[in-house]
Design a protein. Structure first.
Length: 88
């Protein structure tokens, strides 16, 4: 393994250096509304699965599904807000 690959692997495993943001944030910034809508569709589908679980007597699975949807929404919203406010 070359020294560059070792350094990249080390940078990916620690949070000492920013790796992906300079490469991709400026490119993704113009698509932030589309990304947000697509990810919201996926979260809506997961919420529907939670409703199906709720009505099919799998209450604990539905509760876990709703918690994942809630946390997923927060992460998606934070990611899209970060992309909107990113300045190169």
């Amino acid at each position: 393994m070359t020294e560059e690959k070792k350094q990249l692997f080390h940078d990916l495993m620690t949070l000492d250096k920013v790796v992906f943001v300079p490469k991709y944030a400026s490119k993704l910034k113009k698509y932030v509304k589309s990304i947000y809508l697509i990810l919201l569709v996926f979260l809506t589908l997961f919420a529907l699965v939670g409703l199906v679980n709720l009505f099919s007597a799998k209450i604990s699975a539905a509760l876990v599904q709703f918690i994942f949807v809630f946390v997923g929404f927060i992460v998606v919203r934070m990611f899209c807000e970060f992309l909107m406010t990113y300045e190169k």
